[in-house]
Structures are given as structure tokens and as C-alpha cells.
Design a protein around this ligand. Sequence first.
Ligand code: SF4
Length: 287
Amino acid sequence: MSIKVVIAEPHGYCGNDNFGVQRAVRLAQKTARKQPGKTYLLGEIVHNQHVVSRLEKKYGLKTVQRIKDIPKGSMVIIRAHGVTPSVYQQAEKKGLNIIDATCPLVVQVHKEVKRLAAEGRQILYIASSKNHDEAVGVVGEAPKAVILTTLDELDKIKLKNPQKTIVLTQTTLSVLETQKKLNRFKAKYPEVEIKPHICLATSQRQKSAIELAKRIGFVIIVGHPTSSNSNRLKEVAQTAGAKTYIVDTDKELRPEWFKGIFEVAVSSGASTPEWLLKKVIKKIKNF
Ligand code: SF4
């Protein structure tokens, strides 16, 4: 009898033609079709190396890490996590055509940081890690006005001007963990304004992973190691009491994990493509 697999909803890329990973990947494909050989990805467009490799192999996109490595007159795709304003300036100065695949939900945070900084507010920005691409881009809007921190370090933060401070967050943090830490922070600094920006795609996936973790007790997360939202899915499923593993591809699944297991929940990150998820499910069913 094959193992029963319950797939967490939603799955596949987050968003649609207007936002999210789906929009970013489609923009890259469309641009590469129109400008073959002249389209460049500046860093990983989304945090999944398999998606990037497919874009390179199938559509001829080239990935570079610096604007200076892109020939003048080329197309440059800005990653879904966004970049600092200085990157746009460099690209414009070099005469590149910018295709902005930054998720509009991340753009909202950029705009908010810029506006708040102009109003003289102090921004406390909570990231999954201080060097996450989304955090680097957001902080770059107003480096002097932003204190960059992580959930782990939040308790250690000492504010000089709590009445002037507003707390913003990265879009892919753990909802429950963030709520818990922010409640504690608010108790310490009641004057602080708190405005988390965890997106719906992130919170829906976490909610579904928690429900399945509680019901089934065994969860496989499909996501790339660099994907913040995939790592959060693993954490929330574990916290909900399930035995949880995260795999990048079906090749990382170990037969011994499934000994004596009849039912498995499979959840996936916002940048995990359907084809990778399907391979994982197929392999689990064959154990
Ligand atoms: S996870 Fe949320 S913020 Fe990030 S790309 Fe998807 S919809 Fe946008």
C-alpha cells in the first residue's frame, strides 16, 4: 500500500500575473523571449536555484551579481525580493533597461520606509536574517532611519525614542513567532507603533502547514535552503509538534524517514515550482 500524501494549500509559486514569484518568473521569461541573449538576472530572481537554472537553460537568461558585469543596452531583471535604490541608479547610469520584478508587496514596504524616514520617524525593521536580500533592499531606502534586527535579537533592542519608533517586518517571517515576540516588545515599549508586513501568501501557507502538522504529525517541506518562507514552514510545522523535514528536491528524501508511516503532509515554499513538488510526491508514494 502506498503512502497517502496530503498536499498543503496553497502550493506552487505565490501570486499571479500581478504580484509574487509567478509575476517575477513570467516577466523574466517574457523579457528573455523578446530580447534573447540580452537579458540578465541580477542575483537569484527568486530563492530557488532550480528555477534560476531553468530560466538560464530554457530561456538563455544569464545571472550576474553586479551591474558592472552587464553590457550597456541590455535588459536587467530586478529580483522579486527587491534591491536598494542605489542599484537602480547604477543600472540607469549604465544605460540598462530595467525590468522590475520586485513583488509589489515588497515595494509597498520600500515606499513606507521612505515616507516614514522623511517624516523623521525611527524604523525598527525585523528580518529573518540581516543579510536577506529583501531586508538589504528595504534598509537601503533610508539606512540612517532604520534599525535592522531579527526576531532572535528583538528582546535585546533598546530604544532611545520609542514614541517616534514604528516596527515593520519582512514579508516572510513566522506569523506566530512574530506575534509572540512583538507582544513582548509592545509590553516593554507601549508607545511603539507596530505594523507587520507578513504577506498573505506566507501566512496562508503557515496556517495550512500548522493544521496538517497537528492532524498528520509528519510533514515534508519542499523548498530551497535559501528560501526564508520555506524555512519558516519547517519551523512552524515542528513547533506544532510534527516530525518535519525540509528537502530541496526528491533526491534528498530518505527511505528510513518513512518506515511505518502511512500518511504524510507535503507543504512547499512560495518559490518552489510545481514540477519539483510533483517529483517529491511521486517519490514518497513509491517508498
Ligand atoms: S512571499 Fe509574499 S512578498 Fe514574497 S513574493 Fe510572494 S507574495 Fe510577494
